[in-house]
Design a protein around this ligand. Structure first.
Ligand code: GLN
Length: 454
């Protein structure tokens, strides 16, 4: 009830697209009843959470932040949200996001932008409304602003980690395959991964445990047992080797971000870690590779929104006209841009030059990490190149927006786990995160190292 009231009082933030107070109260009562009866309690029993509106929820409107899914009420539940429910979690509502999870500022949502609950205390953006990051901007703002105790996010190129950094919370993108994609509206299927957004690293460990697990309904879901992530957080990082990738020290890096990174290195050294410079030589190609692979997959995934099967339909004189009218009115500008880039990259004359080339570079990027992880246990980098920026900034410049993902995209291409942990503040009083990257399916080390930075 406290959270339902907070959500109503905090509507100005626009963190939720759909509020589900009735669902929340019903699940909370079920949880109370289990407690009263002395039944076994789930790992998330009674915990009020926000669900990114990219997860299909049975009987509850699911929009993906798009006009084209108008009125779409899924007849089934995503595996991740079902897992959370079985663990006792209480869903407060569906949180706002960039349209089809495409964005880094939560400004492409059909349902309007989300406001970051933080405000700069000095500098040119003092007092202005700031973006929460994206695409899981509603989830991050809800957790940071006290409108949920935790939230689900999805991350294709940084959408859990970057908003976590902008809002001063913890965001963990697990290894690709750790959480089922079944029932998650697809953006780029070889990259999409669900994960927890929480106040603490320990909360992330608990929530990941509840979300994860093999799912026969997703052929890319890993047939591995789910470890007790919380137990893997031993609090002892002594003797671990932490890699610092030299290619991430980019020209023109904000000195505050460099200072934060140096601070993180110093903390880990004090905790007994061995710090080692590593090289990820293909890092400079990661953004270009991502912005071929992700739009290519998106263009195929979004072909299903044809005005027949889901949501919006805008009539036309012929079937083709109806398709065009529906897609023209239903998709926003950024989504249309991605579909155009993707179909171009996949077209017969350019497939080899762009798509196949990008896939090859993706393998090189992945191999860079494999080599690095032969000599280190985890890698430490900044999460994002800046603190949260003002609403309206970078809006007209897609490339400036894409640069937000420079530190998060390589991990996504390699399918590795990465977590953003709040590690400090900018001189203007805004939170900044550091990213811990781990070996495939080694979220345990990521969480353990992350806790040492908290
Ligand atoms: N900002 C990136 C993009 O726009 C990543 C989005 C995401 O991870 N879903 O594609």
């Amino acid at each position: 009830e406290v959270y339902i009231q907070a959500i109503q009082a905090g509507r100005d933030m626009n963190a939720y697209i759909t509020e589900t107070p009735d669902v929340a109260l019903e699940r909370a009562r079920e949880s109370d009843a289990r407690r009263a009866k002395g039944d076994a309690m789930g790992a998330m029993d009674g915990i009020p959470i926000a669900m990114k509106d990219l997860f299909c929820t049975e009987g509850v409107l699911t929009t993906a932040g798009s006009h084209i899914l108008d009125g779409f009420v899924p007849p089934y539940e995503s595996t991740v949200s079902a897992n959370l429910r079985s663990a006792g979690a209480v869903m407060l509502g569906k949180s706002n996001l960039d349209e089809f999870a495409m964005g880094s500022a939560n400004i492409t949502s059909y349902y309007g932008p989300v406001k970051n609950p933080w405000k700069a205390t000095s500098g040119p953006n003092q007092g202005k409304d700031l973006v929460p990051g994206g695409s899981s901007g509603g989830s991050a703002a809800a957790v940071a602003g006290g409108l949920a105790m935790a939230a689900t996010g999805t991350d294709t190129g940084g959408s859990i980690r970057q908003p976590a950094s902008f809002c001063g919370i913890v965001g963990l993108k697990p290894t690709y395959g750790r959480c089922s994609r079944w029932g998650v509206v697809a953006f780029a299927s070889s990259l999409d991964q669900a994960g927890p957004m929480t106040k603490t690293v320990q909360d992330a460990a608990i929530m990941l445990g509840a979300m994860a697990g093999h799912d026969p309904k997703d052929s890319t879901s890993a047939p591995l047992p789910v470890p007790d992530f919380e137990a893997l957080m031993t609090g002892d990082v002594k003797g671990l080797t932490i890699g610092i990738p030299k290619e991430y020290k980019m020209d023109g890096m904000d000195p505050e971000i460099q200072a934060l990174w140096d601070q993180g290195i110093a903390w880990l050294k004090d905790a007994g870690c061995i710090i080692k410079e590593v090289s990820l030589p293909h890092t400079k190609y990661a953004l270009a590779t991502y912005y071929i692979v992700a739009p290519a997959e998106a263009s195929a995934n979004l072909a299903r929104y044809d005005g027949v099967r889901y949501g919006l339909r805008v009539p036309g004189d012929s079937l083709d006209d109806m398709y065009m009218n529906t897609r023209g009115a239903g998709f926003g500008e950024e989504v249309q841009r991605r579909i155009l880039i993707g179909t171009y990259a996949l077209s017969s004359g350019y497939y080899d030059a762009y798509y196949i080339k990008a896939q090859k570079v993706r393998t090189l990027i992945s191999n860079d990490f494999k080599t690095a992880f032969e000599s280190v246990d985890a890698i430490l980098t900044p999460t994002a190149p800046s603190a949260a920026f003002a609403l309206g900034e970078k809006q007209e410049d897609p490339v400036a927006m894409y640069l937000n993902d420079v530190f998060t995209v390589p991990t996504s291409l390699a399918g590795l786990p990465g977590m953003s942990v709040p590690a400090g503040f900018s001189s203007t009083g805004l939170p900044l995160g550091l990213q811990v990257i781990g070996r495939s399916f080694d979220e345990g080390t990521v969480l353990n190292v992350g806790a040492a930075l908290e």
